[in-house]
Design a protein around this ligand. Structure first.
Ligand SMILES: Nc1ncnc2c1ncn2[C@@H]1O[C@H](COP(=O)(O)OP(=O)(O)OP(=O)(O)O)[C@@H](O)[C@H]1O
Ligand SMILES: [Mg+2]
Length: 1020
């Protein structure tokens, strides 16, 4: 509740105890109105619940709502009937004692609805009991009782016409174990009479409307309410808000659940039928003015349904038994008396049957288990009634309310006092109005109004309502709470009729009309009516009118006395239990939702004693709470108690209130509770708390967010670590696999290496393949760029030797082919020449290698034009400068050697010195040394002919190659060693000696030989 104190401006306050102007009816009303307009129909006065009838379905009774209120502290949630029900239940369970909830209020204010809500709450919320259908029976007893005991009135379409007290018994686990119902003062007069716009009890209409044809035929009834005198007076058989058909079905089902046998049900319906037949019995006066039955049809059905001979019935309805000292005489009745007797009988039959029904339900609810039970009583009883005309019924009802008010005062004050005592707080007397004086006025023995009424009913002679009034004026005329027309002062008298008396009840003044008091109190059923019933074969009637009815001759107790004693019984029952209150208020007479009629509500607030109640509650302290709860809520307001208080709750509260600067007279510290005198003190505290709450909320929010983020971070971190671990594991496993694989490979490699020379097999196949592959790859990258570098061919591993050889050959062939394809015709010719030269001189003449590098040219000289003209037809092919050693003395002469098509020529510039036909050329000699001397041997047959030529030519190999190509003779050129003989001229020989020396020189030696010295090619 404290939680919603802040909302008090908008929707009023939830507990009137906290209303500052607690004595102001207007403030009280304002609060009720404010809340009602927001559909907040419940408000507390402490633990009392004020309930306004919303006259519309509110969505506040769902299972979800029940769950919300279950097990929650009373003041924690907004006021609700469930909060009260739950609190009663939990207190009962924890304290193992008995409780009752008194639900009171005007007709139509919602008492029965409230009691049903409570019952339903228990049925749903309590742990299921061993006797499973106790809950069903408790719930279903309601529609049966409502069918027989409720009726449409002007005030309420489903008005309870009896007071009801229902005990719900709970076992030690809190399961519903049984129940017991007490009913009070059923409005029997309704059976025979209804005001306009009102109905008889529902059951009559339900049966006629919905009972199946067979049943109606058996009962001799028709499916039409209009045919029955007891149902037509109100002229309102049909009501929009009542669904008789579906209610009938519920009743039939309920009867089965609460153990009604087939025959019991039949007998019950038989009685209902017989009441209707009774109502249709009419009388007519015979010649002597006595009543006789108008027709026998009803008698027939009555006789059948009640199992009473028709004559007996007829006699009973038209005669009265008078007892004298010696005899019994039947005296005929007048029509008026007969009607009275008939109605009395109908009322008695219905009333007693109703009591039987309650007992029957009690049997079915009875708990057979003898273990200890605790009880919650529900008292759904009429509230104070004040009409324009108030009669005997209102007198009883208001008396009942006086008694309950008295009980309330006693219990509340007592509990207040008890609380102060148990809490060790000095008892402060509470000023309140004690209504004992009114209760005494009504019920006091011999002097009370009921006693006077009874006396008047019983006394011989002509007693009437007016004599009763006189008697009261006489006996209690001086009482401050009793006024009549005669006793009143001038002013008051104007408001009172002559037959009126006024009582000043605790809730206000009520004026009663005395008319009918005696009759209603007597409720006289002529004795023979009772005796007739005793002959019935109907089991229920037999039960209701037992033969053994005590002291037949003694007058039965009057209604008022019966009521008084049943109230005394009820008070006793209630006094032994802990009280809880629900006060129901009706917001308007029109049954309209949302309409709040100030005057009407003000009236009820007054008559329900709500202001009285509030005054009593507020007499001492407006607010009290257990230390733990108070501290728990307000501890943030004091740095010493926030966030945790380590001492006791009481010490904590003391520190807290000192911090809040409560003045000493504003509060008291009890043993377990703090008591706060004025609501404003609490409101100030609550306001401070609301301000503080926001700050706290921000702090808590920040902390919580931090905590969440931290948690989140922690989670992510954990997740990351987990992933990392997994990943590392995976990577490690992968690496290990790789290493294993690598080790395998290396092992195989090493093994392969070690066995590389063995024949290819499983062990070294791979290695060899690798070696091959590796070699081939390297080879590919390191192939010689040219043929000339073919020697740089990569050295093959042994296994690739053969292949390498093949490859090399292939490569060379390829390169050769490529080279060959790439060279010109001219170069080719030159190379052929070179090759030939090579085959002639390679390894045979020392200076040959030096010549290899120099390419051969076309010619080495520019020939003289004259000579060219001379040799026009000779087709000169090559010319080279030479030194000719002449025959006489070997003197060197520079000359040119020219090769033509047919002959070689020796030229001295423009002169042809010698022509040597190739045919006459026998051969050419050259030494093996490194000189450049050549000797052309020619045929020299006569002396005139010139002999062999000794020449030196710097382009020796080129010249010889050219010559050889032209001459094309085998072994034409000879490489000689030492000396060469030659023909100087025919018959004259000469010699050329070749030798190696330190210097190159050509000279004529002393022996006449031409000596040619040459340095070794290697030393050069
Ligand atoms: N809490 C509620 N929610 C909705 N409607 C309600 C509520 N309480 C009462 N009513 C309406 O008001 C009508 C009268 O209520 P109810 O029968 O409980 O009155 P009562 O106080 O028992 O009257 P009586 O003294 O005549 O028996 C109900 O039939 C229902 O329509
Ligand atoms: Mg009711």
């Amino acid at each position: 509740m404290e939680a919603s104190l802040t909302a008090r401006d908008r929707v009023g306050i939830q507990d009137f105890v906290l209303l500052d102007a607690y004595t102001s009816e207007s403030a009280f009303l304002d609060n009720l109105r404010k809340r009602f307009q927001e559909n907040l129909i419940y408000t507390y006065i402490g633990t009392l619940l004020v309930s306004l009838n919303p006259y519309k379905e509110l969505d506040i009774y769902s299972k979800k709502q029940m769950d919300t209120y279950m097990g929650v502290n009373f003041f924690e949630l907004p006021p609700h009937i469930y909060a009260l029900a739950d609190n009663v239940f939990r207190t009962m369970m924890s304290e193992s004692n008995n409780h009752f909830i008194l639900i009171s209020g005007e007709s139509g204010s919602g008492k029965t609805e409230a009691s049903k809500k409570i019952l339903h709450f228990y049925a749903v919320s309590c742990p299921s009991s061993k006797i499973l259908n106790v809950r069903d029976r408790l719930l279903l007893s309601n529609p049966v009782l409502e069918a027989f005991g409720n009726a449409k009135t002007l005030k309420n379409d489903n008005s309870s016409r009896f007071g009801k007290y229902m005990d719900i018994q709970f076992d030690h686990q809190g399961g519903a174990a049984g129940g017991h119902i007490l009913s009070y003062l059923l409005e029997k007069s309704r059976v025979v009479h209804q005001n306009r716009g009102e109905r008889n009890f529902h059951i009559f209409y339900q049966m006629l409307e919905s009972g199946d044809q067979e049943l109606l035929r058996w009962l001799g009834l028709e499916n039409n309410c209009q045919h029955y005198n007891y149902l037509v007076q109100g002229n309102c058989a049909k009501v929009r808000s009542i669904d008789d058909k579906s209610d009938w079905k519920t009743v039939r089902k309920a009867l089965a659940v609460i153990d009604f046998s087939q025959s019991e049900t039949e007998h019950l319906f038989g009685i209902i039928g017989s009441v209707l037949h009774l109502g249709n019995i009419t009388f007519e006066a015979d010649a002597s003015g006595y009543a006789g039955l108008r027709n026998g049809r009803q008698l027939h059905w009555l006789s059948k349904l009640l199992g009473i001979p028709a004559q007996v019935l007829q006699q009973g309805l038209t005669h009265r038994k008078i007892e004298t000292k010696t005899d019994e005489v039947f005296s005929p009745l007048s029509v008026e008396h007969a009607v009275y007797a008939r109605d009395a009988l109908a009322k008695a039959v219905y009333g007693r049957t109703f009591n039987w029904l309650v007992n029957k339900i009690n049997e079915s609810l009875a708990n057979t288990d003898s273990s200890r039970k605790t009880v919650i009583g529900l008292l759904d009883i009429y509230g104070f009634e004040v009409f324009t005309l108030n009669s005997f019924e209102q007198f009883c009802i208001n008396y009942c309310n006086e008694k309950l008010q008295q009980l309330f005062i006693q219990l509340t004050l007592k509990s207040e006092q008890d609380e102060y005592e148990t809490e060790g707080i000095e008892w402060e007397p509470v000023p309140f109005f004690n209504n004992q004086i009114i209760c005494d006025l009504v019920e006091e023995k011999h002097r009370g109004m009921i006693s006077l009424l009874d006396e008047e009913c019983l006394r011989p002679g002509e007693a009437s309502d007016l004599t009763l009034l006189e008697k009261m004026e006489d006996k209690i005329g001086g009482h401050p709470h009793f006024v009549t027309h005669k006793l009143a002062d001038q002013k008051t008298r104007k408001t009172l009729a002559r037959g009126d008396f006024r009582l000043l009840h605790y809730a206000g003044e009520v004026t009663y009309g005395v008319g009918g008091f005696l009759d209603k109190n007597n409720d006289l059923l002529y004795r023979n009516g009772k005796e007739v019933m005793q002959q019935s074969k109907n089991a229920i009637i037999q039960h209701c009118f037992p033969l053994s009815e005590p002291d037949q001759k003694k007058r039965p107790e009057t209604v008022a006395t019966q009521f008084k004693s049943s109230l005394a019984g009820l008070t006793e029952i209630l006094r032994s239990k802990e009280p809880w209150y629900v006060r129901c208020v009706k917001p308007n007479e029109a049954k309209e939702p949302g309409r709040f009629d100030d005057a009407l509500v003000r009236h009820q607030v007054k008559y329900l004693g709500l202001m009285e109640h509030l005054r009593v509650r507020r007499a001492g302290f407006a607010y009290r709470r257990k230390y733990e709860i108070f501290l728990q809520r307000y501890k943030p307001l004091c740095p010493d108690t926030w966030p945790n208080w380590s001492g006791t709750a009481a010490q904590g509260v003391r520190v807290l209130v000192q911090h809040l600067r409560y003045k000493p007279d504003e509060y008291k510290m009890g043993r377990t509770k703090i008591f706060i005198r004025h609501p404003r003190t609490l409101f100030a505290t609550e306001d401070a708390f609301q301000v503080c709450k926001h700050k706290l909320a921000t702090t808590i929010q920040a902390k919580y967010r931090g905590y969440r983020v931290k948690g989140d971070y922690q989670k992510r971190k954990e997740a990351a670590t987990k992933i990392e671990n997994c990943w590392r594991g995976l990577a490690a496993r992968k690496e290990r696999q790789q290493r294993e694989w690598a080790v395998g490979i290396i092992k195989r490699f090493i093994k392969g290496f070690m066995t590389r020379h063995q024949p290819g097999g499983a062990v070294n196949r791979e290695y060899l393949a690798y070696v091959r592959h590796n070699y081939l790859t390297r080879l590919k990258e390191n192939l010689p760029e040219t043929l000339l570098r073919a020697d740089s061919w990569l050295t093959p591993p042994p296994v690739m030797k053969e292949a390498s050889m093949f490859l090399k050959q292939l490569f060379i062939r390829h390169m050769v082919r490529k080279y060959v394809r790439g060279i010109s015709q001219e170069r080719k010719a030159q190379l052929v020449l070179k090759a030939q030269t090579s085959s002639m001189f390679k390894g045979r003449k020392e200076n040959y290698p030096l010549s290899v590098r120099s390419p051969f040219l076309h010619t080495r000289i520019d020939m003289n034009v004259k000579v060219l003209q001379m040799m026009e037809h000779e087709n000169v092919k090559y010319g080279v400068p030479v030194v000719k050693y002449d025959r006489n003395g070997f003197r060197p002469r520079p000359r040119q050697l020219v090769f033509a098509r047919e002959a070689a020529y020796l030229l001295d510039r423009a002169k042809i010195k010698q022509r040597i036909r190739y045919g006459s050329l026998k051969g050419v000699s050259v030494s093996n040394l490194s000189d450049n001397v050549l000797i052309l041997h020619v045929t020299c047959d006569d002396i005139k002919q010139k002999g062999d030529l000794v020449l030196q030519c710097d382009f020796l190999f080129e010249a010889l190659a050219k010559l050889n190509a032209i001459v094309d003779k085998r072994d034409f050129i000879r490489v000689v060693q030492g000396s060469v003989r030659f023909d100087i001229q025919h018959g004259r020989e000469g010699f050329v000696d070749f030798r190696s020396g330190h210097e190159s020189a050509v000279y004529r030696a002393k022996n006449g030989h031409l000596t040619v010295e040459s340095t070794s090619a290697k030393s050069r």
